[in-house]
Design a protein around this ligand. Structure first.
Ligand code: IMP
Length: 215
């Protein structure tokens, strides 16, 4: 038996993330729904350690910590870049590959070096995907999950100045430009009627269909 999703009425919601790139994208995605979105950082909520071994577990621990601390529904995203020939790495460790300085130029070079060490002749064209899992947690302990994925290829060398993280080295299937060469609207690929493109927008579309009513 499946349980119907709990509807989220417009009001205050916490975005349980301290990542500026994600917060900007969620602000854009939430905008049409009439929510008062407040970030975990703005509420001075601590950033929990991501001790989970799956995207779901890490999204859940971030969402639950924020919902309990703020007494509000909280939405968290755990996401990552997954390279097929590296058995899905960096995956849940995507942020950590950039080190404490959040050096994504280095993280992207690490991906290319590991592909070379794994015997892949060139990084360009290697299969990769982005994954995002959203967890919506409520102060009473109720929690729901929504997953989005987008398949594509590695672009090497990286291209484009937009986006964040690994965007310059990812070209979604059916496109010639990397995520970093697209506007954020193109990266979301999401209109009232059209399909979503990015992993985050796909997960968000599933979340909004289940839990939100458009304002
Ligand atoms: P976490 O979910 O906070 O553990 O961080 C996920 C990490 O995955 C980010 O810091 C980025 O490095 C990477 N990532 C997730 N989503 C995206 C995206 O849309 N573009 C580029 N990199 C991303």
């Amino acid at each position: 038996m499946t349980t119907a999703s709990r509807r989220l009425a417009p009001g205050r919601i916490v975005l349980a993330s301290h990542n500026a790139g994600k917060l900007r994208e969620f602000d854009e995605l939430m905008a049409p729904f009439g929510f008062d979105v407040v970030s975990a950082g703005a509420l001075d909520l601590p950033e929990p350690e991501e001790t989970g071994t799956t995207f779901e577990a890490n999204a859940e621990l971030k969402a639950r910590a924020a919902a309990e601390a703020a007494g509000l529904p909280a939405l968290a995203d755990d996401s990552g870049f997954c390279v097929a020939a590296l058995d899905g790495a960096p995956g849940i460790y995507s942020a950590r590959w950039a080190g404490p300085d959040k050096d994504f130029a280095m993280a992207m070079r690490t991906v290319a070096e590991k592909l070379s060490a794994a015997g892949v002749a060139q990084a360009e064209g290697a299969r990769a995907s982005f994954v995002a899992v959203l967890c919506l947690a409520w102060p009473d302990g109720h929690a729901e999950f929504f997953r989005g994925e987008v398949e594509g290829e590695i672009a090497w060398p990286p291209r484009g100045d937009g986006g964040f993280g690994y965007d310059p080295m990812f070209r979604p299937d059916g496109h010639t430009r990397t995520f970093a060469e697209m506007s954020s609207q193109e990266k979301h690929g999401w209109s009232r009627t059209g399909p979503a493109l990015s992993h985050r927008a796909r997960a968000f579309q599933a979340f909004s269909a289940a839990c939100l009513e458009r304002a």
